[in-house]
Ligand binder design. Structure first.
Ligand code: PNS
Length: 162
């Protein structure tokens, strides 16, 4: 049986940390769905369509990847699509509590669904979309944080282009 997994997130915007996890998942599983979702606890800076577009561009070299956006519960979507596992990156102990809670809730909502964690690469331990937004807004260099092919588009939106 082919393995189909999902890497969900808000990707607002995509970072090199996300690309690291998606690339590694694409080597381990037959098909990787990248789910661009709205985290109700956050107000996005990029529309869902923009986030999908940036991810498409940044993953164009990977051929077993599908980028989708949807509303509603991840647990329902995975059931409809026959997705067996959620794959997420764990940066540090500070991520663990939140991620563990989500994994347990998703399991409660869909008992067939597993959550797998990949330890993030040490290069990206510190990286998050919110840090990228802050650095860009204050005129800092984000070139080592986001994929080169979408750097300019991200910078255009986030603030001061230098
Ligand atoms: O990148 P993020 O913001 O940490 O991703 C969180 C996300 C979008 C994966 C999470 O909020 C989510 O799964 N949202 C979809 C709605 C849902 O299923 N919520 C219940 C589980 S938390």
């Amino acid at each position: 049986m082919k393995t189909k997994v999902i890497c969900p997130g808000s990707f607002d915007p995509v970072t090199l940390g996300h690309i690291d996890i998606i690339t590694r998942a694409s080597k381990m599983f037959d098909h990787v769905v990248v789910g661009v979702l709205n985290n109700l606890a956050k107000t996005p800076s990029f529309s869902t369509e923009e986030r999908i577009e940036l991810l498409r561009e940044a993953t164009r070299d990977l051929d077993n990847i599908e980028i989708v956006g949807f509303d509603g519960l991840l647990a329902d979507y995975t059931r409809q699509r026959g997705i067996t596992a959620i794959v997420k990156g764990l940066r540090a102990v500070s991520d663990f509590e939140y991620e563990f809670q989500q994994a347990l809730i998703n399991k409660k909502l869909n008992s067939d669904l597993e959550t797998l964690f990949l330890t993030c690469s040490s290069d990206y331990m510190y990286l998050s979309s919110s840090i990228v937004k802050q650095v860009a807004a204050l005129g800092g260099d984000i070139s080592s944080f986001v994929p080169a092919c979408v750097h300019d588009r991200i910078l255009e939106r986030l603030g001061t282009s230098k």
